[in-house]
Design a protein. Sequence first.
Length: 173
Amino acid sequence: MRTEHSGQIESKKAAKTVFAELRAEFPEVDPEAIEATLAFVEVAAQRSLTEEHLYGAYQLSRGRFEILMLLRRQRDRTLAPSVLAKFAGVSRATMTQFLDILERDELVRRKPDPKDRRASLVALTAKGEKLVNRVLPKHFQWLTRFVKILSSSERKELRRLLGKLKDGMQGMV
């Protein structure tokens, strides 16, 4: 009978075989680096799936939730689309797509910028604010559960290591 544990053992054996084959073909391959990267990617993928489930329950995506959060943080609940795109780390075209959906769902509205007639602003609607306020407690519970199995010192070490990885990626693109 195959159990989840035996499946993991088989998977690890298969991975070792693959790494051995790759090392023979590409001696410069660092199996530990590959294994660490694959483990990181696997955790990130699982995190994304659970995150999609959380936001999906509210007919949101992570990106749309992030926009609502950015607007909520503003005193007047308003930002320019270009500023939203910059803060969210997406292109203006992607931001337009997000805003079209959020506006269709009446969570935000576009309005003329009183300081520049050529520009528009995005404002959080009462419905949008109500939704983001409803999602926030679940969001924070989810974030807490994600790392709850780690001790305080492990969380600090994780932040340090992730920061180091982030810094190391600066020159890769």
